[in-house]
Design a protein around this ligand. Structure first.
Ligand code: F6P
Length: 467
């Protein structure tokens, strides 16, 4: 019997526990928006409806006619501007609360919220709402390199568009100076009020958590503790063609075909050319070996436990340590393992239709659905966030879809329909506000890879055409 799923799993997931408001705190250019986007992507991927409410965007609209604001607007002694800024922050909160009441689960108030007066006003308003919990999240950054990079990124802000870059930077520094005059970091006062908070230092290097309670808050703190901004590359590919692929059967544990083995050999050449064995570096190896691998700090190789991915890694030089993990196995199709789609439709017509209608929640008898796969991939995603070395993951169709959805912020239902062809390597470079993806396709005739498609610097959450 198929486990009965007459309720939308996502609905049920969003019913658990109170809703959550996360209020960002911190001076400009401390990475608040970066953290907000990362959190939204992670929580949305887990199925929680999450939305960011950016106060800066509303500020520009609210100030009749003004499309930009210079540093004087942020001077704490500028009474008219201060009043407007407080009002916009509260209006944004109203909008956020309405969204939560109409079905949202986690709302992020993205602003500096750097004074106690502002924060009291926000807490006071949220405390009038039943079943909404509240957490401050302060981002503190003292690393001069990160700060400089963040400030440079501000040149893309609407406030500075069309402005000479040097003038823009000078104005932004003056703005920050104005904020510093009134800045009150989180601390004793919030503890006396028993408000939940987390302070994140230098993009996750250190965090302090106070009164963090419940599943959602804990997930946020746990996740942020693993982030970093070092450059690295994540390669994702399905295994080489298997015998079941050729026969149109799903699941199972088949070996590769000759063509699949040929792809495997080409893959090893492709990856080894880009990542030749580096001289051993024991420190790095130790630091990055939670999931095994990491020998010498060169490319890590991860496969599932299934024969077709293990065989796809077989042509790598033995100095590349291969880590096999069950987390990366293909979706389990229960009684339908080894069947063709036509057979499944004949033998289990109702289950087939239910699954076709919604693969996030629909299962074959005794098998997994996509939400189960997301659940079991959570430790892999957290490990990928933590890891600063390059990694090649050889896995399966559904795992690829799920990981690509995580990195691009794609809608989950859309994810279940994504076409991820065999013999194609997706090269992902996570960036502060998006991910760059280059796809390489193996050409059987030339037995080499060629660049097939390039998706530059997409915003997380924007529609990404990965086909
Ligand atoms: O066909 C290859 C495969 O990896 C199967 O093993 C798996 O069941 C299937 O893809 C998943 O795709 P879908 O969810 O679209 O049926």
């Amino acid at each position: 019997m198929i486990p009965h799923c007459d309720t939308d799993y996502l609905e049920r997931r969003n019913e658990i526990g109170p809703k959550l408001v996360i209020v960002m705190v911190g001076l400009p250019a401390r990475g608040k928006s970066y953290i907000s986007h990362k959190l939204r992507r992670f929580l949305s991927w887990m199925g929680f409806r999450t939305k960011i409410f950016n106060v800066g965007n509303r500020r520009r609209v609210a100030d009749a006619g003004a499309t930009t604001h210079d540093a004087t607007f942020f001077d704490p002694n500028n009474a008219r501007a201060r009043e407007l800024r407080e009002q916009v922050a509260l209006d944004t909160l109203e909008e956020l609360i309405s969204w939560l009441k109409s079905g949202g689960k986690v709302a992020i108030h993205d602003a500096t919220n750097s004074t106690r007066v502002r924060r009291y006003a926000l807490i006071h308003r949220v405390s009038q709402e039943p079943n909404i919990s509240f957490m401050f999240m302060e981002s503190i950054c003292t690393d001069p390199i990160i700060l400089e990079t963040n400030i440079r990124m501000k040149l893309n802000s609407p406030d500075y568009r069309n402005m000479d870059p040097e003038m823009a930077i000078a104005d932004f520094k003056a703005r920050t100076h104005n904020y510093e005059k009134a800045y009150e970091p989180l601390g004793d006062v919030e503890e006396q009020l028993d408000v939940s908070y987390v302070k994140v230092f230098n993009v996750g290097k250190k965090s302090i958590a106070y009164n963090v309670r419940g599943y959602l808050m804990s997930q946020c703190v746990f996740f942020l503790g693993n982030m970093h901004i070092a450059d690295r590359v994540i390669y994702l590919t399905r295994h080489g063609e298997s015998e079941y692929n050729r026969e149109g059967k799903i699941g199972g544990d088949p070996p590769l075909t000759d063509q699949g083995r040929q792809f495997a050999a080409a893959l090893a050449r492709f990856a080894q050319e880009r990542h030749p064995i580096a001289p051993a570096c024991p420190e790095k190896s130790k630091a990055d070996s939670t999931f095994g691998g990491g020998g010498g700090g060169q490319l890590q190789l991860w496969t599932s436990k299934l024969r077709r991915t293990v065989e796809t890694a077989q042509f790598f030089d033995e100095q590349y340590e291969v880590t096999t993990m069950r987390f990366l196995n293909e979706i389990y199709s229960g009684l339908c393992e080894g069947m063709t789609y036509d057979d499944i439709e004949k033998v289990y017509p109702e289950e087939y239709r239910t699954r076709q209608a919604n693969k996030l929640i629909g299962r074959y008898p005794g098998g997994e659905n996509y939400m189960d796969v997301i659940e079991r991939l959570r430790p892999v995603v957290v490990e990928l966030e933590r890891l600063s070395t390059d990694v090649l993951i050889i896995t399966h169709n559904v795992v690829m879809r799920t990981l690509l959805a995580y990195f691009t912020g794609m809608d989950l239902l859309e994810m279940t329909l994504l076409d991820v062809p065999l013999h194609t390597v997706y090269c992902l470079k996570p960036k502060p506000y998006g991910v760059e993806i280059v796809k390489y396709r193996w050409n059987k005739e030339t037995d080499g890879f060629c660049e097939w498609d390039r998706l530059q610097g997409r915003e997380y959450g924007s529609r990404v055409n990965l086909v």
